[in-house]
Design a protein around this ligand. Sequence first.
Ligand code: PLP
Length: 329
Amino acid sequence: EMLASGFGIIGFSWICSPACTELEVVVMDWLAKFLHLPQHFLHEVEGPGGGVIQGSASEAVLVAVLAAREQAVRRVQHSHPELTESEIRGKLIAYSSDQSNSCIEKAGVLAAMPIKLLPAGDDFVLRGDTLKQAIERDVAAGLIPVICVATLGTTGTCAYDDIESLASICEEKSVWLHVDAAYAGGAFALEECSELRRGLERVDSLNFNLHKFMLVNFDCAAMWLRDANKVIDSFNVDRIYLKHKHEGQTQIPDFRHWQIPLGRRFRALKVWITFRNLGAEGLRAHIRKHISLAGQFEDLVKADERFELIAPRALGLVCFRAKGDNEIT
Ligand code: PLP
């Protein structure tokens, strides 16, 4: 963090600091491999996918929501030329679960698009059938579904939404599927947690905070896109002073089109140093330690009759309370 700040990089285009952009491409691919993400999220694999470092999960979610909104507007303009743009924008609707983080609802406020918080099951999980019912009801009322933001590792109980069943509905209804894995994403690196990655090959975008589970200082939020062009097309605004002769080369993304600000910090340096210092095995050991400490704490709670668990332990999160009246808690 001290080096990244001290160098004073303001990498708003590749030409401002080639290292800032190129190291980000490198570390985002390292990270995608470390987390066993689908190949199409890698820069080095031919295709429109890739990863970028945002400041926070909130920014990543907002980028996904805004891009999905613009893609939906264009799609409907094409299929329904009789509708005006403002008529289309007035009908847009998005979805998440009532267990999702506050930043998802906030993204809807900032994007001027209502995000319906659908009821999760008793196990705090959002499933495809709930989404399907909501979409069918809204479509019948003339609304246009745009995006579903699912969560892997909810803030309250670290519950995992059912990505496979949500993806089936999103594919059927042409709805963008984003996954917020701000906390739990680190566990994708562990073979014993491979179940958590189920369905990720079907999502359009996802985010994961290195400043939560990965020993990187705030701020550092990784985001991957299956088709980055959908974000670039939605956000591309240019000026003559931003142009340079290497623009448009596939190996040199101009990440300013993938984010909200123009300027960029050299966050990739923090990721690079962390990986070089600890290695993938060191980082996996760190995540396993979190999980095993939570397991020990869970055992202490279970062994003490004054306390009870209120949700199954998930990764490093143990939700418990004092038995009896809420006053005691
Ligand atoms: N999503 C989840 C699941 C979270 O737990 C949090 C923060 O705790 C966030 C998003 C927001 O993260 P950020 O502060 O990086 O915007």
